[in-house]
Design a protein around this ligand. Structure first.
Ligand code: DAH
Length: 360
């Protein structure tokens, strides 16, 4: 075999054996590079006589072309194999669950969610949010709200008292959010339109009572406020909160020391295999207490009952959260069980808004 034929078969073998593009490039440089074996042969043409060149030229140039073509073909092969390997190793299983970004892994507690929902609904009606302390004076929790000393209504509140101070007065854990009404009337001039969500405390514990729970109070004081306004506000609230087009309400006479007249409100519902649906059916469910603010309360808070009148209502937040989201044990709200929260909680970036949907 001639030298050229030997070189050709060596190069063909080396090209075929190149495992990747880098190895192939090394073969190319060794053959066709500046000091490569084929380039060296090409250089010999210059020193040949015209006859020799005529005889050997086509073979040497032919070798160069064949080697070049073999390298190009192998390069294509290797490229296709590399792509196949990459496609095989980088497959995406679209059926796998997505990994949640860190910012979205926490969950918003249903109570916080419901407070945000309430706030969005009442803010839309022009209400501000007012707050007061959990530790209250007996005066704001009871006396200014027209619970006279020794009045039996005080006993109904199962109050947690602190030890008496030297002057005999006792602080307490507020038993309702109504003292925030007092604080608001004492510091703001009418017209007043506030809601007061917050924690409340009573010495009581079973499936539907916990020693700490949540209420939201509403208060409107103006010169011409009347029960018609109250009824409209509560109806609009119930429709927006329970996300139904219409809801029937029933106002029953009741008693609260701080309102006159006082009422309890039931809303129409249908109980269906343990589920409750609002805005339909023939059952009634009590959801709140309300009434016109008692003239004594207005006077106790420095407002003239001959000029101003208003209405108020109070509602259990935990209760309406349980109703809306089908949670049947109140105690679970306060057990801080992360599995429960993952199930009943809300995504942190889905803020409830009237436009965007409250609970979606
Ligand atoms: N404070 C009452 C309670 O805890 C609820 C309530 C009833 C509040 C009537 C009000 C109201 O403002 O007008 O039982």
């Amino acid at each position: 075999m001639s030298d050229i034929a030997t070189l050709e078969s060596e190069l063909t073998a080396a090209i075929g054996a190149a495992k990747d593009e880098a190895a192939l490039e090394a073969v190319r440089v060794a053959a066709l590079g500046k000091s490569g074996s084929v380039s060296a042969l090409l250089k010999t043409l210059g020193a040949m006589t015209p006859d020799e060149r005529k005889a050997k030229g086509p073979t040497i140039n032919g070798l160069k072309d064949k080697v070049g073509a073999a390298i190009a073909a192998r390069k294509e092969e290797l490229g296709a194999a590399a792509l196949d390997a990459r496609l095989a190793s980088e497959t995406v299983d679209v059926t796998l669950p997505t990994v949640e970004p860190a910012a979205e892994t926490g969950r918003v507690h249903p109570i916080s969610q419901v407070i945000d929902e309430l706030t969005a609904i009442f803010a839309d009606m022009g209400f501000a949010v007012a707050e007061g302390p959990d530790i209250e004076s007996d005066d704001y929790n009871f006396t200014k709200l027209n619970f006279p000393e020794g009045h039996p209504a005080r006993e109904m509140h199962d109050t947690f008292y602190f030890n008496p101070k030297p002057d005999g007065s006792r602080l307490l854990l507020r038993t309702h959010t109504s003292p925030v009404q007092v604080r608001t009337m004492l510091t703001k001039q009418p017209p007043i339109r506030v809601i007061c969500p917050g924690r409340t405390y009573r010495s009581d514990s079973d499936q539907t009572h916990t020693p700490m729970f949540h209420q939201v109070e509403g208060l409107v004081i103006d010169k011409g406020s009347h029960l018609g306004h109250l009824k409209w506000i509560l109806e609009e609230f119930c429709k927006a909160f329970f996300e139904v087009d219409s809801v029937k309400m029933r106002f029953r006479p009741s008693f609260f020391p701080f309102t006159e007249p006082s009422m309890e409100v039931d809303i129409q519902c249908r109980r269906d295999k343990g589920e409750i649906r609002f805005g339909e059916g023939n059952d009634w469910l009590e959801i709140l207490g309300c009434g016109m603010v008692h003239p004594n309360v207005l006077k106790n808070c420095g407002l003239d009952p001959d000029v101003y009148q208003g209405f108020a209502w109070g509602m259990g937040i935990d209760r309406i959260a349980m109703l809306k989201y089908g949670i049947n044990d109140l105690r679970a709200f306060f057990e801080a069980d992360v599995r429960w929260l993952n199930h009943y909680g809300f995504r942190p970036l889905d803020f409830p808004t009237l436009a965007g949907g409250l609970s979606s």
